[in-house]
Design a protein around this ligand. Structure first.
Ligand SMILES: Cc1ncc(COP(=O)(O)O)c(C=O)c1O
Length: 354
């Protein structure tokens, strides 16, 4: 059976099945960055400004939270239990969204990948009044186990926790990136443009949603995921599974395999959360040509992937390439030493004070 190709309007209608609350300033702008493209000698480049989703410095997780926290409200939760790395953009945006919705926010933040100086995202968590606990478990399933245990304690104490759970949470987050892709396609169509490729830094729900959206909307261009983190599992197969759970949630017949997920792990560097030379170059080039900041952990690596492909001559000059800027910029304050270290010394400075 061939699956139907949906218009952006039909895709939006399908997503209306899922409860959503409005948190983000949407649509985010799609901005052509001509001076940056000229500096690369590359194709036409556009930034989808999801760093401008509005809530507490913006980012992709505010889109995710429109669905996740709608689910929390539907379940009548009174406290949200969330966790990730100590410089988590996700947790910072979630703490802000909880305040907007009158929910208490408990964060469990891992110092396994960065020092726990109160700076950047961690400072913002504190300013939001979230209850912050620093843990040693690694991000991913390690922190997730702590969240489940803490939620259980709260439940026994008579509270109604809504806890981050990767099984139910990732398809909800992915649904929000189908909407983002529909926005991009509509914005390009308004300018009579067709994308030659779409890039994003992701190895999670964001990328799963975009990969599914590509198939559902019948796009011919690649959606290229540049991974910021070396998960110890088959990431392409994992994201295809998340995409399929999302399709089931939206009652869409489309199904993906690992081959439908275009993902590279070539730009991670020595580890998650380290600053790479190519990432620093991406930050400098975009900042100096356009006055726009990337973050060192995610978007700088994503952009480094795009720059490498441009330099390999992947695109003719008239091609239209979109990079989704997923935010993360408050992290620059926590990465001051690594960002300012002499070239050749990057990626290790944070370990000196971790
Ligand atoms: C700035 C930024 N970009 C990209 C991502 C990746 O999102 P995902 O986990 O949905 O792939 C994150 C995740 O925290 C992020 O903070």
């Amino acid at each position: 059976m061939r699956c139907p190709i949906l218009s952006t309007r039909e895709l939006r209608q399908a997503i209306e099945l899922v409860p959503r609350i409005r948190l983000a300033h949407l649509p985010t702008p799609l901005e052509e960055v001509r001076r940056f493209a000229a500096a690369l000698g590359g194709p036409r480049l556009f930034l989808k400004r999801d760093d401008c989703t509005g809530l507490l410095f913006g980012g992709n997780k505010t889109r995710h939270n429109e669905f996740l926290l709608a689910d929390a409200l539907r379940q009548n939760a009174d406290v949200v239990v969330w966790g990730a790395g100590v410089q988590s953009n996700n947790c910072r945006q979630t703490a802000a969204a909880c305040n907007k919705l009158g929910l208490e926010c408990h964060l469990y933040l891992s110092r396994a990948s960065h020092n726990d100086d109160i700076q950047g995202n961690l400072l913002l968590d504190h300013l939001m009044g979230a209850k912050v606990t620093i843990v040693d478990a690694p991000i991913g399933p390690g922190v997730d186990q702590i969240l489940l245990a803490e939620a259980e304690k709260l439940r026994r104490a008579g509270r109604r926790p809504y806890v981050w759970d990767r099984c139910t949470g990732r398809p909800l987050g992915a649904a929000s990136y189908l909407l983002c892709l529909a926005e991009i396609i509509d914005q390009l169509r308004d300018e009579s443009l067709e994308p030659a490729a779409i890039y994003v830094a992701s190895a999670g729900a964001t990328g799963a949603g975009l990969a599914l959206g590509r198939v559902v909307l019948g796009l011919r261009c690649p959606v290229r995921l540049v991974s910021p983190i070396p998960w110890p599992w088959d990431v392409r197969a994992d994201l295809a599974e998340v995409a399929n759970q999302t399709a089931a949630l939206l009652r869409l017949p489309h199904r993906l395999t690992a081959d439908d997920v275009d993902l590279t792990e070539d730009h991670i560097g020595p580890a998650y959360g380290t600053v790479t030379a190519a990432g620093r170059e991406a930050i400098r080039l975009l900042a100096h040509s356009e006055g726009i900041l990337l973050d060192p952990v995610y978007t700088a690596k994503g952009m480094a992937g795009l720059i490498a492909d441009v330099r390999q001559g992947r695109f003719p000059p008239e091609a239209v390439v979109v990079f989704i800027h997923t935010g993360g910029t408050p992290a620059v304050f926590a990465y001051r030493d690594e960002l300012l270290a002499p070239v050749g010394d990057q990626g290790t400075a944070h370990r000196a004070h971790s």
